[in-house]
Design a protein around this ligand. Sequence first.
Ligand SMILES: C[S@@+](CC[C@H](N)C(=O)[O-])C[C@H]1O[C@@H](n2cnc3c(N)ncnc32)[C@H](O)[C@@H]1O
Length: 276
Amino acid sequence: MTAPQSQGEAGAGVGVTGGRYGEDLFEPELPGEADRIDAAALVYDPVTFRRLRALGAGPGMRCLEVGAGTGTVARWLVEEADVDEVVALDRDTSALAHLEGPRLRALAADLTDEGLRPGGFDLIHARFVLMHLPTRRRLISRLAGWLNPGGRLVLGDAVDVPNVLDDSSAYRRTMDAMWRALRETIGTDISSVPAYPHFLREEGLREVAAELYCPPLVAGGPAARFWSQTWSRMRPELERAGRDHADALDEALAYLAAPELAELGPGMAMAWGTRR
Ligand SMILES: C[S@@+](CC[C@H](N)C(=O)[O-])C[C@H]1O[C@@H](n2cnc3c(N)ncnc32)[C@H](O)[C@@H]1O
């Protein structure tokens, strides 16, 4: 199957300004970056685990966890799902070293490296990774190609469901400015996430399906903490995106911590399919 390029997918693997995840934004060595990733993991892990379990994650499987981050999913696959082997791939494996063992191997590698050949897998999972990589359509094709017969590819990425009646609140302006700044800085793009089921079909996978989960945004809760940490980390990019954005950002950050907070926050769409 060929991998049609989605809009804006020039194949460069970088953002409009040439930036990359982990180099020009979200550098793993920055203080608090592992906490920020863990705040999201706390929100989404139960949903991810439920789906992987329903898709049969269990003994006998060789699994690839793509962009493994702090390793919560890789660890669950070994310790709870009891799979045979997990390869936890990330450009930065510093948060994975302490998890390594006979059934969990950390692989320091760049997913966009065309020479990468990690072998065949019965389960491949990538969460909040492809959205940050401009060559995502090509990468879905390559990931599908690494599936053993009967193997499953499971993709989770962000979706936003904005309130169309609100185009002026500090919250909305900050969220919109964030997506714009992410796109311009490192090439993040969530616009094609709803198309993932189609992409999986184009790759010849069967039993394709998808679901959407938006965690409650509650002041002081993990989802609000994640957005607060993300916006704070991106303050320079957000302020560059709009000269007057500093005030809106401070107001939006205060709103995330206030009892008045009342929003349907962004969520995660998961799409999956099985190799014939
Ligand atoms: C937003 S974090 C998500 C971490 C984890 N999947 C989770 O959901 O908790 C994105 C991860 O992808 C990794 N990553 C980004 N670009 C990558 C690339 N080109 N190759 C491999 N890993 C990459 C980052 O280092 C980071 O750990």
